[in-house]
Design a binder for this molecule. Sequence first.
Ligand code: TEU
Length: 530
Amino acid sequence: MEQDDRWWRDAVIYQVYPRSFADGDGDGVGDLAGLLSRLPYIASLGVDGIWMTPFQPSPQVDQGYDVSDYCGVDPLFGTMAQFDDLLEAAHALNLRVILDVVPNHCSSEHPLFRSAVDAGPGSPQRTMFHIEDGHEGELEDEPPNNWQSVFGGSAWSRIDPGSATDRQWYLHLFSPDQPDWNWRNPAVGDYFEDVLRFWFDRGVDGLRIDVAHALFKAEGLPDVVGTNDVVDGLRSNPQVSDQEEVHGVYRRWRRVADSYSPARVLVGEVNLDPERAARYTRADEMHQAFAFAFARLGWDATAWAATGTDLDAARRAHGAPPTWALENHDLVRTVTRFGSGECGVLRARAGLLALLGLPGGAYIYQGQELNLPEVDVPVEARMDPMWTRSGVSRDGARVPLPWTTAPGCSFGFSATDGVAPWLPTPPDWGSRSVETQERDEDSILQLVRTALTLRRHLTKDGVISSDDGGDWSVHDGALLLCERGRQFLVAVAMGDTPVPLPHGHVVLASSPLTVEGLLPPDATAWVLRS
Ligand code: TEU
């Protein structure tokens, strides 16, 4: 592993959703053994590392984002010894390993929440969480305030709905199985510093911080005034989103991360607009914050240029390069989001090639390199708690990966035949599998490999650099350009007709260029200028 503390600035990281990646023990759920066996595949893509979503002990109500033990491995996924082996094997392949930490909430089965429940009203244990008296109503008590849960309904539940003596409520910005920690209690900060050190001491290279902008709630927990619908996560609730005090958490975490050699890295799920999100990446806070404003976009040249320009302005103001992503386990797959039929396929491919050419770090979500579409998971098979509470299902982006053309073992996902995967795989999944795409030199899988090899060479030759900015523009309403440095640009044709490319040499394109100098619709080109 290179000892370079700036490696993250232009790193490409592959997001692994372990339960859907590879099932090593044949129980239908992906696990650490499966991931270990497939690490060489990830390395073959040419990425710099992996981010693993939670595999810690959990009742799995929110697929692991309801953590009951921050410093363990859920037996569903394997053992701590297997994790250590995985870390060693990843490092041997020159892959960094970033884990998810979920500091906004835990599982209602977490021992500290259980002891808060048991200790009763007025106890110090209850101050670890937001546990409050309700308002007295005519028929029954009402919750302490009007906040809504991201997963639907009130963000408050009674600690013990049947009790006449314990009439307190607890806050859960997500499901009732996920009580929010009270970050105004310093003991919570101390607890999480120990969690960070536990994983950093084991050798993990960084942490992705879940719902990073929402840990602190406004003093006194005031009502939301005006519109109180939860639109697109928590951004619409100013009482929980982006409270100034939260920055103190990341300054403390940065000091912890910097005390290791090599320094560990922090990447935040900061679902805010570019200017606000970039404040989390000031020099003494996190290293990266996902560019959510970009991840939310459709196929629209003007919108890409406007957001790209905002992100570049935020970079100039705060110093850290943007961190690009178009997919993750919460978002609709780009093949489906960018259009229907063949045009969605071409656009997702073009979108991924564009992403890998932009200045800054980039994250690829497992299956994005196969151009997997969103799956319409049968209603009875949906597992997402958001589905039952608000009618939105994120399951369609979480279907197990197809490795082979063999339907028996869920297309190579499970080590054994005849096991039902935790989410059903569609019948045509084999045609999109790694095996199929390995044999096709024009597949998106091969395009990703070529792009990442080229990206490395261009960086080594000094053509592109992690210090580059991006100069965004739209031409004729359809050609999007992002010029980085003086020698390199990314061009994306986002209209209905072919568009003339700027002068230069096309070093890679997502579709064949049949007419010289023209970029066909729904295609991306990387252009070198002499
Ligand atoms: O997501 C935070 C979050 O706000 C999302 O729930 C998002 O608003 C939603 O998916 C709508 O697209 C993180 C995790 O990535 C997600 O999987 C968890 O469910 C959530 O936190 C709670 O831990």
